[in-house]
Design a protein around this ligand. Structure first.
Ligand code: F6P
Length: 376
């Protein structure tokens, strides 16, 4: 440790011990957050720990807690996923267990999580996660656990932050897919449907649809009129453009219809939204004079190396989160507001969602360049 750090540490009456975890789903940029957090926290004289697989590491007996040093975070910037692992099953307030009679139940293990943190003398628990993780953080904060939050939402549906890391990488992946579908769609005069992520918010669909030059973009916020989609495809055909690209968010649904989903006993999400592309293909089938092909981009949008934007945003979040821990300002969440990284009370951020405004600027841009959104 450098002399500077030693001096800083002595200034602190007691060495602060912080524990970070990555809850919920992974998103490109998580490792950038971890790296920046660990480096900054150590530089500020704190001792850093990580819980493996989200809250699971704090729930398991013995707990799976690891010391994080500069060496632990070396070379991780370009890596997707999280070096700590993620879990969207491990909710301390409703932890799934198998009862002796073989039935699945949930139990509240929050007191034991708090006890583990006290036993390890953790001063601040840092949660990098989405809605579910931050909600858990709020409840732990009410039990007296100091929390610092870092928002994570691949679908960009958390109101707390103007932009979430991971979105940029997902949009780039979807845009490349649209580019690829253009050439093969054009070669065969087909209607190419691309299903992208976005359970409740259509940011990935709309942003990639504009960037990739899609003809139709369907998002959860605008229930689509299939006749308008058909009219758009036919008008292109009349104009000599015999192929069309349709981007559909997984949470989209037709007017008067339902979201296509499946329920799986092992899913953390009660209803997994799959099949929006296929649902649209069925609605179009027989009503247009084209072959239709559906591509589901799925988890390719979440995996892989993060874009430079996501590495940068994750790094900015990580630095600020460490500073919040140092300045004994817990129960805050970091956020991007405009161009600035800022912090706000955790409770102001939890459960507030951000949707694509149906008559907002981005939807207006799409309409202005002739993209059909399924409604006026
Ligand atoms: O992270 C959000 C999200 O990407 C959604 O768009 C998608 O529905 C969901 O995750 C898929 O989650 P899972 O990995 O549990 O299938």
């Amino acid at each position: 440790m450098s002399d500077d750090n030693l001096a800083r540490e002595r200034e602190h009456e007691k060495l602060r011990r912080v524990l970070i975890l990555t809850g919920g789903d992974d998103a490109p940029g998580l490792n950038a957050v971890l790296r920046a957090f660990v480096k900054t926290a150590i530089d500020l004289g704190m001792r850093v720990y990580g819980s493996e697989d989200g809250f699971a590491g704090l729930i398991d007996d013995p707990p799976r807690i690891v010391r994080l040093t500069e060496a632990s975070v070396q070379g991780i910037l370009p890596k997707g996923g999280s070096i700590l692992g993620c879990s969207n099953q491990a909710n301390p307030f409703a932890y799934p267990v198998t009862a002796p009679d073989g039935t699945e139940q949930t139990v509240d293990v929050s007191e034991s999580v708090k006890a583990t943190l006290l036993e390890r003398e953790i001063d601040v628990l840092v949660l990098v996660g989405g809605d579910g993780t931050l909600e858990i953080g709020m409840r732990l904060a009410k039990m007296g656990v100091p929390i610092v939050g870092v928002p994570k939402a691949l679908d960009n549906d958390l109101a707390a932050t103007d932009l979430a890391f991971g979105l940029d990488t997902a949009v780039a992946t979807a845009t490349h897919a649209i580019d690829a579908l253009h050439s093969t769609g054009e070669a065969h005069d087909r209607v190419m449907i691309l299903e992208v992520m976005g359970r409740h918010a259509g940011w990935i669909a709309l942003m990639s649809g504009i960037a990739g030059g899609a003809d139709v973009v369907l998002i959860p916020e605008i229930h689509y009129d299939v006749d308008r989609v058909i009219e758009k495809i036919e008008s292109r055909t009349s104009a000599g453009r015999r192929f069309s690209i349709v981007v559909v968010a997984e949470g989209s649904k037709p007017l008067g219809g339902t979201v296509s989903s499946i329920t799986d006993a092992h899913d953390a999400i009660p209803q997994r939204h799959v099949g929006a592309g296929l649902q649209l293909a069925r609605l179009l089938d027989g009503r247009i004079d084209h072959e239709i092909r559906v591509t589901v981009l799925g988890h390719l949008q979440r995996g892989g190396s993060p874009s430079s934007f996501d590495r940068l945003l994750g790094t900015r979040f990580g630095v600020r989160a460490a500073e919040l821990c140092y300045h004994e300002d817990p129960c805050q969440i970091v956020a991007l507001r405009g161009q600035e990284i800022t912090a706000m009370p955790l409770e102001a951020a939890v459960s507030k969602h951000k949707r694509v405004p149906a008559d907002g600027e981005l939807a207006g841009v799409a309409r202005a360049i002739g993209i059909e959104l399924g409604q006026e």
